[in-house]
Design a protein around this ligand. Structure first.
Ligand SMILES: Cc1ncc(COP(=O)(O)O)c(C=O)c1O
Length: 379
């Protein structure tokens, strides 16, 4: 019988410890392993860059909750992205990226990979003809974020998988914003799901990490080879914290969504708010696609305000329970000004974000307290 999401999150890769019966995988703080004679590895463990039991537990759990065959855990989301790109691309290759990709992903392409001879084109992923037109013989990947950070645009994963595969490219989906509880890109045809596990998967703002999960064994093997060869692995304590977060992802995400829906209602009725960006709204241009490929619409909400940049910055500064800070996906609510904070590196580029934009990561506090704080901040 296929097990449900929460069962997999709590049990996949997490058998009781064979030595003690501990119900939680221990933190194997170890670099090397005793061999029983030369080449006599116990359970395959040799050196902790190559594999570590705590990391293995996390990797197996991540593969299970994403519906993939291979999971790999990294030191950060960007380390996962770097490993993936240097596995599927070589100098001379090309990647199609969203025209509103996460700023750090854009920086990786524009400031790092460009210098190494990998070119890219930012394209609005909602326009399938534009995506098809951007694919060239040397295109090795189409990079998707859905919903996007911070504009919450939605892309049709199944349709983009067809475009990628017709062009001989892999479809990569950064699933950080939705989390595997709300969206499973591999089941929609994507080849790799990417995560900043720093966000919803970890869920408690106490660890930085990244992950790749593949649909095919072959790509999983190639990525695992590069993970070891390049070395940006998750350490055992980080893997343990991330695994602890993953166990409660389902219940947390439902509460994030409940609270975000109430926040959206408040914003919609507020005179100073000129636009609310949330894929759960019927008027959102990606609503139908989001409804088709997501379980619910997530905990991220962005909005634009009357009074431009100054007004947006002031709201961020006035909020109290919504903590002013970067990152997202933790149990505590955060507020930020993308133009000056998370997306400052995209200033002056085609990915620059509107100056009057405020982004919320709606946490799981008592919702009435969140609404009161936001009303106060909006003035
Ligand atoms: C959508 C998305 N992808 C990737 C990353 C990068 O992950 P990390 O900060 O863990 O390196 C982030 C970080 O904010 C993100 O929001």
């Amino acid at each position: 019988m296929n097990q449900g999401f929460e069962t997999l999150a709590i049990h996949a890769g997490q058998e009781a410890d064979p030595h003690t019966g501990a119900v939680v995988p221990p933190i194997y703080a170890v670099s090397t392993y005793k061999q029983d004679g030369v080449g006599g590895l116990r359970a395959g463990y040799e050196y902790s860059r190559s594999a570590n039991p705590t990391r293995t537990a996390l990797e197996e759990a991540l593969a299970a909750v994403e519906g993939g065959v291979r999971g790999l855990a990294f030191a950060s989301g960007l380390a996962a992205e770097d490993t993936l790109l240097r596995t599927v691309c070589k100098p001379g290759d090309h990647v199609v990226i969203p025209d509103d990709a996460y700023g750090g992903t854009y920086r990786l392409f524009s400031r790092v990979f460009r210098e190494w001879g990998v070119s890219f084109d930012p394209v609005p992923l909602g326009d399938l003809d534009a995506v098809r037109a951007a694919v060239r013989p040397e295109t090795k990947a189409i990079w998707v974020e859905t919903p996007t950070n911070p504009l919450l645009n939605v892309a049709d994963v199944a349709a983009l998988a067809d475009v990628a595969h017709d062009g001989g490219a892999v479809l990569v989906v950064d699933n950080t914003f939705a989390s595997p509880y709300l969206q499973q890109p591999l089941s929609l045809g994507a080849d790799v799901a990417v995560h900043s596990t720093t966000k919803y998967v970890g869920g408690h703002s106490d660890v930085v990490g990244g992950a790749l999960v593949t649909r095919s064994v072959d790509l999983g093997e190639r990525l695992a080879y590069h993970q070891n060869a390049m070395g940006a692995v998750a350490g055992p304590f980080d893997a343990w914290l991330t695994l602890r977060g993953l166990k409660t992802l389902g219940v947390r995400m439902d509460r994030h969504c409940d609270n975000a829906e109430r926040v959206v209602d408040l914003l919609l009725s507020h005179p100073k708010v000129v636009q609310v960006l949330y894929p759960g709204l019927p008027e959102h241009p990606g609503h139908e696609i989001a409804a088709k490929q997501m379980r619910r619409f997530g905990g991220m909400v962005s909005f634009r305000v009357e009074g431009g940049e100054e007004a947006a910055v002031e709201i961020c500064n006035r909020a109290k329970l919504f903590t002013l800070g970067e990152s997202l996906g933790g149990v505590e609510s955060l507020i930020e000004h993308p133009g000056r904070m998370t997306h400052a590196s995209a200033a002056g580029s085609p990915l620059e974000v509107p100056a009057d934009l405020v982004r919320l990561s709606v946490g799981i506090e008592t919702v009435d307290d969140l609404l009161a704080d936001l009303s106060e901040a909006l003035g």
